[in-house]
Ligand binder design. Structure first.
Ligand code: HEC
Length: 102
């Protein structure tokens, strides 16, 4: 019984948080990035503007999907929120895209 419970949680983890990590379309995401993000985050994701974190070197791989989506949606300090500008699907796409920087 115990092992079955554990498998259930592993299943939940894989198919909720981690599973969503690749739910977006990175090609659509790259166009959204070019329109809304490149001015600050740079074409290669290393950051153009002071205080902008780099997306390179796997820096985003340890971050949860909800954390990244919230950052894009709500913003923080100099980072504007895109909640009213991008749809949920577009936020998924762009988050999927920025995870491709390496
Ligand atoms: C006006 C400049 C600016 C624009 C435009 C901008 N960002 Fe940012 N972004 C920032 C700054 C500055 C930070 C760091 C915020 C902080 O932590 O204080 C940041 C942080 C982030 C983070 C958090 C990174 C981490 O390691 O936690 C993500 C994700 C992100 N931006 C994605 C995006 C996406 C996607 C877009 C386009 C839809 C975008 N940003 C547009 C300036 C910008």
């Amino acid at each position: 019984m115990k092992t079955r419970c554990i498998s259930f949680y592993i299943f939940l983890f894989l198919f909720t948080d981690a599973g969503l990590a690749w739910a977006g379309d990175p090609f659509a995401g790259s166009a959204i990035y070019a329109d809304h993000c490149v001015s600050c985050h740079g074409g290669d994701g290393s950051g153009e503007v002071a205080g902008t974190p780099s997306f390179r070197g796997g820096a985003l791989m340890s971050k949860g999907e909800f954390e990244l989506r919230d950052r894009v949606k709500i913003g923080k300090d100099l980072m504007p929120g895109f909640g009213g500008i991008l749809t949920e699907e577009q936020i998924d796409d762009v988050v999927t895209y920025i995870r491709t920087f390496n």
